[in-house]
Design a protein around this ligand. Sequence first.
Ligand SMILES: Nc1ncnc2c1ncn2[C@@H]1O[C@H](COP(=O)(O)OP(=O)(O)OP(=O)(O)O)[C@@H](O)[C@H]1O
Length: 650
Amino acid sequence: MKKTIVAASAAGLAALALYPVLIPNPYYIHLFETILIYAILLFGLDIVVGYTGQVSLGHAGLFGIGSYVTGVVVFKLSLPFWLAIPASVAGAALFGAVLALPALRVTGPYLAMVTLAFGTIIQILINEMTFLTEGPMGIKIAKPLVFGQKLSEVQYYYMVAVLMVISLVVVHRILKSNLGRAFEALRDSPIASDCMGVSVYRYKVYAFIISAGFAGLAGSLYAYSEEYISPNTYNFELTILFLLAVIMGGRKTRSGALIGALIVVMLPSLLADIELFRKIAVAAAVLGVIGAALAVARKRSTLRGVLVPLIATIGMAAFSFKLENIVDWRLTIFGLMTLFVVYYLQDGIVGYVQSLFGRAPSHTKSLADGSGAEPFPRAQGGAAGSILLNAEQILMQFGGLKALNQVNLNVMQGAVHGLIGPNGSGKSTMMNVLTGIYRPTAGKVSFGGVVISGSTPSQIALGGVARTFQNVQLFGEMTATENVLVGLHNTFKSTMLDVMLHTPRYKREERAARERAASILEFVGLSAMANEEARNLPYGKQRLLEIGRALGLSPRLLLLDEPAAGLTAPDIKELMAIIRKIRDHGITIILIEHHMDVVMALSDTVTVLDFGQKICEGAPATVQCDPRVIEAYLGGGGEEHGGTKAPMAH
Ligand SMILES: Nc1ncnc2c1ncn2[C@@H]1O[C@H](COP(=O)(O)OP(=O)(O)OP(=O)(O)O)[C@@H](O)[C@H]1O
């Protein structure tokens, strides 16, 4: 695996170096240079689109800012390229931060519209600010001067190639680091990210800034490459083209960005020549037949599943020989191809090829050995028996509904505190109030003597409160190890520079985190599934992984929201053993559970809620026999509440 990557990288570098020698035609050198420039932008766009899962239709605008910062500082101030290029990166990054603001408030189609408006405004501004940008006239700039010598087309090609390789390495390092894991985590579950101490707010802004920085670099290089820039270039079509390139090539891979860039740069030229188009259509049909045969043979698809793409590719090849002139059909064919890719190749070309050969999309790092590393330190602070968490007079109102009504809760250091009640009694609401997801309408929560109500979920998480969710909230596309590594995010002190340069500090932290992750997985019995994507784990194991991820925070308090829900009897036994082990490590636990046998066996104290009010509290044996509790459960509709057994049944 590693050997294949080294061989592919060496071949890629050799191809980059030899291209101008083998194909000295300046037109083709310029074309390839454009592909490399677009690839730089797509590396960055993939951070936002592929990793954080946000839609950005503003990247043509950021690309334009990159070009125009260079254009203006060269044209007006005669700055050298080594100042103009960083200025473009910084300028675009600044606007990236501006673009991130709407992303913090809206998602999906709304974000698409806002970012689209951003791109349009940038284009209009470039057009209108003639005093700076020369407006529709555009700006002419020459190739960079190095030691007083203007770079030739080939020399400039090498400069772009080197910057593309550096960008690729930097982006790859960022995305494989704790930063990249944070980006992916906020895509899969923003709420879980926040509760792991990974602030969605902060990392969305980081993603947009980094992504915009690469758009700025690409824009600057493009300005030097074309030697002329005008506002028309940075239009709506370009932004759509960028987005399609990421999707077509395959998100979350650098090779996908390169293939995407190749396609979008080459496609207009390919669709301009009927002879060439026929050859390509035939090649696509042949590849389609081979791909379909492979997919059926490897049982990755059925004959029915491959029928439509097969007919489409063969149909396109046949149709190409009927056509006299391709130019009128260009946009239609382009649209159909896009539709085809989006519908049938959702993981892009790279994802499709990888699935054919049965390889998981990314995740190449093998599991570190966890032996020796402590899964998590013993919880510190507070003597056993002292109050760790205190919730006072909590009122949580949703409109007219009082989901929690003047609830008091004291949780003792080192205890397992059960929280039970019929469906809708307010248990999960309490969990959300304690972890900062809900701000209580009235009342106060203190943890370790510090008031935490009003703090953000990530602040509370970093303060030592970890949780799991009633509906499992894992980061589905990430492996079990990576999920736990997100929990360990706060163990990293490395800066982005450390990540980019792979400094000893970053390497040390990454190694230590991986060792910790391995030992946590061992602790929850998931070592064998360490490299499996979370979404592919059996349900019971997913619940254990959520606990493991929460343990990554080294919490003092762990809130478990119905951890046994949906588990089989052997899984429940395993879960109970794990909860006991966690308690033995000095971690205080709040346990919401409908399985009364689990609550009664594990809890030191049990609090019972009904209709948002605390109706009883005490030792399990006492609570079980309390008439108010029996009434609440029986009055709530009988002995079962979605798997609930009435307390007195045990
Ligand atoms: N965000 C919200 N907006 C409006 N109502 C809410 C919200 N969250 C909870 N509720 C309401 O608050 C009440 C308590 O819900 P909650 O989920 O806390 O109960 P629960 O005890 O956890 O129930 P279950 O055992 O079914 O999970 C319910 O009536 C619920 O509909």
